[in-house]
Ligand binder design. Structure first.
Ligand SMILES: Nc1ncnc2c1ncn2[C@@H]1O[C@H](COP(=O)(O)OP(=O)(O)O)[C@@H](O)[C@H]1O
Ligand SMILES: [Mg+2]
Length: 588
């Protein structure tokens, strides 16, 4: 997807706003020609022998020009801000929508920080790039007009002043590429220093245990030294280039004085003409700098477009890429959407049929291959198997968090879109590594659900009541990085309470053994299975209390369904099951 494609599509977004913005900016640039014309008129009038114009009248002329210019700028800026905002808002909206459409377990292929950079920096560059094309076009039109006025006043001086200046500016422009490269290098060096800092602070214990203090400090010193060199280089390049860029207007004024003096003596160049030339000098020479700036911006825009497309995994796929530039509605003034009530409203689950569920992460062997099974209403089904057998993958494909193949039928009806269907109040999921927010315990469990009345039951079922009682502020205790640090088990049970409070028809629970001891896991299963409105549960576990209570066990081996049945059946018929059962006795 080319930069031109992107620009064309973005210009097609809100074309009326684009047109108004264009007209406003012709006005803005055009109004910059007024003071020069007013100055020419005033000086010529003052220099004319005989009648001196009233000073008040001249003052009014300048004030009028100033007010007109201010008014046009105000309108231009307001329209421009609105236009720019719409551009970046629609890009950010489309990026987010595309990320949300991706499978939940693989929504991002990078860290959240890196993704946010695209939302902030690349969208900003795209906004600038598209808007600047407009600026550039109208600038060139008005600058040509200004040059035409100057040539009509005195063609010789105009040519002899502007041709050398364009040369000077072109040289100055050539250095901007070096400035930019030096700036990128120094920013990268700074980035390495800050990320090293945060990593070091995040792993103080690991450093101490390994007695690696000296090594770490040396490493940090090295990064600091690299940064020092990069920043110095940036400063040096800038200090060399800046004087040329800052002094072009002075150079130009000197040239006008040199050439103008002779012409004035001959009477072919008035003081007013001189004022006009000096006034337009900055405006016309700026254009060359503007052009160079625009060319680098356009190249940068290409990189940013590429990065935005990469974030949504579009690459050269035209249809996916179009999603980035789709003219989506922004809903800026719409009513706030309230959280939907999550009280049980789903059609009760009678039977869930799963056929040939498969998924591959791209390795030699599929992580899950042709798993078929059924879940009856109210049954407790345990999925077991060795590490890497495909248990987590099975849950995730079933819940639509990974885009696998196969068929799912809910009460006999095919589930066409698992990601949107297998959610509360139909399904809830307790993942192996749950994520909690920096918020109160209550907010972490409810997460916007209107289910306050179900909280105490959920806390009981998740075996979390005792813990809550020990917290100073109970359910209103803040947790996370700025609050109470929960233990791994507490995090896991909070996630369980979050799932229970949604009263799902089907509860999927991944391996709890890394965070909960056997006894706590046993209590959790007991409470869940003794609940009067008993849920249908699909749980990954290798522990004996779970296996003993299971109505049915599914044994996975190397991504395939090895066997299924009751514990007794499997212990007598399935070698893999016997191995898992014995192993569990030893490690316990
Ligand atoms: N994100 C991933 N990328 C690549 N391979 C993966 C990923 N997650 C799991 N796998 C592989 O898929 C297989 C099944 O993994 P998983 O479902 O996590 O097993 P289990 O939960 O039974 O331990 C393993 O071989 C594992 O290495
Ligand atoms: Mg797992």
């Amino acid at each position: 997807m080319s930069t031109g494609w992107f620009v064309r599509r973005m210009l097609g977004y809100r074309p009326w706003l684009y047109a108004v913005d264009g007209i406003a900016w012709i006005g803005v640039y055009g109004s910059r020609l007024l003071p020069g014309l007013a100055a020419k008129y005033a000086f010529d009038a003052l220099a004319r022998p005989g009648g001196t114009p009233p000073v008040l009248w001249l003052a009014a002329l300048f004030i009028g020009v100033g007010i007109t210019q201010a008014a046009i700028y105000t309108v231009g800026l307001l329209v421009d801000v609105l236009y720019r905002f719409s551009l970046s808002a629609v890009l950010q909206r489309n990026l987010l929508a595309e990320i949300l459409r991706r499978p939940g377990a693989r929504a991002l292929d990078r860290t959240p920080g890196a993704a946010l950079t695209v939302f902030r920096d690349d969208v900003g560059i795209a906004e600038n790039g598209v808007d600047q094309i407009l600026d550039m076009v109208f600038y060139v039109i008005v600058a040509t007009g200004a040059l035409a006025i100057l040539i009509s006043v005195n063609a010789t001086i105009a040519v002899f002043v502007f041709v050398p200046l364009v040369g000077v500016i072109a040289v100055a422009q050539a250095t901007t590429a070096r400035i930019r490269a030096a700036r990128v290098a120094s920013q990268n060096a700074t980035g390495r220093v800050t990320s090293a800092l945060s990593e070091i602070f995040g792993s103080v214990q690991a450093v101490q245990i390994a007695r690696a203090e000296h090594g770490i400090v040396d490493h940090f010193r090295e990064l600091g030294e690299m940064r020092r060199r990069a920043v110095l280089r940036e400063q040096r390049v800038m200090l060399l280039a800046q004087p040329i860029q800052l002094n072009t207007v002075n150079l130009g004024t000197g040239l006008i004085l040199l050439l103008g003096a002779g012409a004035m003596r001959e009477g072919s160049f008035t003081v007013g003409d001189f004022a006009l030339f000096v006034s337009y000098l900055g405006f016309v020479t700026e254009g060359t700098g503007f052009l160079g700036f625009f060319i680098t911006q356009y190249k940068q825009l290409g990189v940013s477009v590429h990065r935005m497309l990469a974030l949504i995994g579009a690459g050269d796929d035209g249809a996916r890429a179009s999603a980035l530039v789709a003219p989506s509605a922004l809903d800026l003034r719409g009513e706030e959407r309230t959280a939907a009530s999550l009280l049980p409203t789903a059609e009760p689950l009678r039977r869930l049929e799963v056929a040939r569920l498969s998924y591959s992460y791209g390795g030699d062997r599929a992580a899950l291959q042709d798993a078929s099974f059924e879940l009856e209403s109210g049954a407790f089904t345990v999925v077991t198997g060795r590490v890497g057998a495909g248990k987590t993958t099975l849950l995730r494909v079933l819940l639509g968090l990974l885009p696998g193949s196969g068929a799912i039928r809910w009460n006999g009806r095919p589930v066409d879109d698992p990601p949107s269907f297998m959610v509360p109040p139909r399904c809830a999921y307790v993942p192996q590594v749950p994520r909690l927010f920096s918020a109160t315990l209550r907010d972490n469990i409810l997460m916007g659900a209107d289910a306050e009345a179900l909280l105490s039951d959920a806390l009981h079922a998740a075996a979390l009541e005792e813990d809550v009682r020990t917290f100073e502020h109970g359910l209103d205790t803040p947790i996370g990085s700025r609050g109470v640090r929960l233990s791994g088990g507490q995090v896991q049970r909070t996630a369980a309470a979050r799932a229970f409070v949604r009263r799902p028809e089907l509860l999927a629970v991944d391996d709890l053994s890394s965070a909960l001891d056997v006894e706590t896991e046993r209590v959790l299963w007991n409470r869940l299975l003794e609940d009067p409105h008993r849920l249908t549960v699909l749980a990954v576990s290798h522990r004996r209390p779970a296996l003993r209570r299971a109505d049915r066990i599914i044994v996975l081996k190397e991504g395939r369904l090895e066997a299924e049945g009751s514990l007794d059946e499997l212990l007598s018929t399935c070698e893999e099951m016997r191995r898992l059962w014995e192993h569990e006795a030893v490690t316990r």
